[in-house]
Unconditional design. Structure first.
Length: 229
């Protein structure tokens, strides 16, 4: 899978692939991240600057449409183009699953006060948000999309069962415990020490259902809109 990212900070993506499962998956050739450095596509007279003041006045700077248009043209792939923006659709597991079935995607990071609306209207196919909060750039949001998507690729996870179960949208993981069985009086539930795999499976299923119900209750308590914690 090819992932292109329009960014001001290419090094952030290099660091991401230097450790852990992303590094192993990259070495296996399961995916590639190809940062596209936006200042390379700035108007020549602006000497690498890709932002300008907003029409109509107001604070901050706005990412110009020209550099983004030229950067997208340089990629030469017919992949979905995703803008990371607070105004986008909430990113969900089902979207990650859809992306993971594609040969590639292009992610466009927002910066400054925002991006020229013509980028959102004419140059991208999808607009996604991680939630109702503000980030300093779209890079962290892009990395979250990359992580959620690439971990679904075959052979990425050490356990295929783990990849399937933990990636279900209707699933919240049950509580997990490890040794010691008693730490400062905080004890592991007796059922997990019983050796009875049927009881353990039933307990875990019940805990999962309860956690999912509690999560949905919190979400609807915000007016029906998911807020990512």
């Amino acid at each position: 899978m090819e992932i292109f990212v329009l960014t001001l900070f290419p090094e952030r993506y290099r660091h991401y692939t230097e450790y852990g499962l992303p590094q192993k998956a990259l070495k296996k050739g399961l995916f590639s991240i190809q940062p596209v450095y936006l200042p390379d596509f700035a108007d020549p007279a602006r000497k690498g600057r890709i932002d300008d003041t907003p029409y109509g006045g107001g604070p901050g700077m706005v990412v110009q449409v020209g550099p983004v248009d030229r950067a997208l043209a340089s990629i030469g792939r017919d992949y979905p183009v995703v803008l990371l923006t607070p105004r986008g659709e909430p990113f969900r597991q089902s979207l990650a699953e859809g992306f993971a079935r594609l040969p590639g995607i292009v992610l466009v990071c927002g910066y400054y006060e925002g991006v020229d609306e013509r980028i959102a209207s004419h140059l991208v196919t999808e607009k996604l948000s991680l939630g109702d909060f503000v980030l300093g750039s779209g890079d962290l949001a892009a990395l979250c999309v990359i992580e959620a998507t690439t971990r679904l690729l075959p052979e990425y996870m050490g356990s295929e069962e783990s990849a399937i179960v933990e990636s279900r949208e209707d699933y919240v993981e049950y509580p997990q415990y490890s040794r010691p069985a008693d730490y400062r009086g905080w004890k592991v539930p007796e059922v997990l020490l019983s050796g009875d795999h049927g009881r353990i499976a039933a307990w875990r299923a019940e805990q999962s259902r309860n956690a999912l119900a509690e999560k949905e209750k919190r979400a609807w308590g915000t007016g029906g809109r998911i807020q990512y914690e």
